[in-house]
Ligand binder design. Structure first.
Ligand SMILES: NC(=O)c1ccc[n+]([C@@H]2O[C@H](COP(=O)([O-])OP(=O)(O)OC[C@H]3O[C@@H](n4cnc5c(N)ncnc54)[C@H](O)[C@@H]3O)[C@@H](O)[C@H]2O)c1
Length: 442
């Protein structure tokens, strides 16, 4: 499942063709490895608003400056745009960013922080909404494996941005770009203070469905790396793969079909009996049964909705009713870019994945005790699921994004680990695409 095109662009003839024909030139993305600093370089801080960004970065151990030095290269740019109150002040963006654009390293990070327009009125609302166009365009033009995001911080959530900055400024967000994230929009505004940023999930119990392979296996590995004890769930046919992954992670396993009528109760009973409760629930298990609607057999439709949407709903409800989700708990859905943009042959799948987004919307206002719900929407992620896609479609699918390459399961897993972080209490109701800023959809 190697990226043959990416390898070709690094060959002498490939380099020549990329240069002369303007072909996509995928950069090898930085990915975080254990023991590495969160940010390997300095971040320039700008803007004038209500956020204490320098304090946050100092607290996270991220080197930062407010002054650009001649000849220096920077790993990131963070701009507090919460002070922009009308459209003529948007010029502050160009004033800060333009002189810095040629001073960035590869895989640099840009984060703009603003105030959610829906909470504002008049010219403030206009100016803050305009930030979306700026960040999405910069994401498409910045190149070199760099990413650009917009974070809207609600009033009262100013001190809750640390876990999000740590994620967005580090290589953990390698394949996340062009996203608009809201902090403090729903539920709690104050984040729980975190002491151990090395092992933020120490002492936590995490359920991961579909944990025997692909993205689910990687989610289990990353949450375990961050300190959690994993309860991996998968179908009986995948029992031996599941057990070998869980043995390696010192975790627990449960083999069942999540669509079975007694699955929600069995899971709730198991976590209560064996672990006293659960802190993180990741609904990763998913299937595709692609056919154009004209040829769709009812069982293909029903099975996709049952696994991808109804099971996460019923399992979450059973866990909540049993009081099995601990305070400051996390529920994470796995949607898909198909659920946002739609896709030929995937009416069933896209319905189920758009439903996952609805599931996040409906529960985000309802959950109590610091429990949050968010979703990831992966784009083209290289796994067994996408290996089944025909070669030509796969090649095109991998290039149609600002990074000109497919993502890896670790990219989805790191995004989920950010949601799972105990300091992400104010990150609630978000759907973040892990798609390298794919050209499809919003
Ligand atoms: N790979 C991609 O590019 C991509 C893109 C968007 C979304 N996703 C989503 O990410 C998730 C993981 O995808 P993947 O590529 O790792 O898929 P995968 O097929 O490699 O793994 C899915 C896992 O879910 C398990 N599973 C399926 N039905 C189950 C059931 N009824 N009960 C229990 N377990 C069940 C499978 O046994 C398997 O281990 C899915 O929800 C998928 O829709 C993947």
């Amino acid at each position: 499942m190697s990226d043959r095109y990416q390898a070709f662009t690094k060959s002498p003839i490939g380099k020549l063709l990329v240069k002369n024909l303007g072909l996509p030139d995928p950069v090898k993305l930085d990915r975080w490895t254990e023991g590495a600093p969160l940010v390997d370089g300095t971040v320039v801080v700008g803007g004038n608003g209500r956020l204490a960004l320098t304090e946050s970065l100092d607290g996270l151990g991220i080197a930062n400056t407010t002054e650009k030095a001649d000849g220096e290269k920077y790993k990131g740019l963070v701009f507090d745009a919460t002070g922009i109150t009308n459209s003529s002040e948007l010029g502050e963006l160009a004033k800060f960013f333009t002189p810095l654009m040629r001073s960035l390293t590869n895989c640099a990070r840009v984060v703009v922080l603003g105030s959610a327009p829906e909470l504002l009125k008049g010219e403030k609302r206009v100016a803050q909404r305009a930030l979306e166009g700026f960040t999405r365009s910069l994401g498409k033009e910045i190149g070199k494996g760099s990413t650009v995001q917009l974070v809207y911080v609600a009033p009262g959530a100013e001190t809750s941005v640390d876990s999000t900055l740590a994620f967005l400024l580090s290589p953990k967000s390698a394949y996340v770009s062009g996203q608009v994230i809201r902090i403090g929009a729903k539920g709690e505004k104050k984040a729980v203070a975190l002491k151990d940023w090395e092992r933020p999930l120490a002492g936590k119990i995490a359920i991961v469905t579909g944990a025997s392979r692909g993205i689910g296996e990687q989610i289990a590995r990353v949450l375990h790396r961050d300190g959690a004890t994993i309860l991996g769930i998968d179908v009986p046919q995948a029992a031996s793969e599941l057990q070998s992954v869980m043995k390696e992670l010192n975790g627990d396993s449960l083999t069942l079909d999540i669509t079975h009528s007694d699955a929600p109760q069995r899971i709730a009973h198991h976590v209560k009996e064996s672990h006293g409760g659960v802190d993180i629930v990741v609904h990763n298990a998913g299937i595709t049964r692609d056919k154009k609607l004209a040829n769709m057999a009812q069982d293909r439709w029903d099975s996709v909705i049952a696994v991808n949407l109804t099971a996460p709903e019923l399992i979450t409800r059973a866990l909540l009713e049993a009081g099995a989700i601990n305070k400051n708990g996390r529920v994470v859905g796995v949607a898909s870019i198909a659920g946002i943009a739609g896709n030929v042959g995937q009416t069933n799948y896209a319905t189920s994945k758009a439903g996952v987004i609805g599931f996040v919307d409906s529960l985000a206002d309802e959950l109590k005790d610091g429990i949050t719900i968010n979703a990831v929407a992966p784009g083209f992620i290289v796994t067994q699921m996408t290996a089944a896609v025909p070669f030509a479609t796969r090649e095109v699918g991998q290039r149609l994004n600002a990074m000109s390459q497919g993502g890896l399961p670790i990219d989805v897993a790191e995004t989920i680990a950010w949601y799972a972080n105990p300091a992400s209490t104010a990150v609630n109701g978000n759907v973040v695409r892990v798609c390298g800023q794919m050209m499809l959809g919003a």
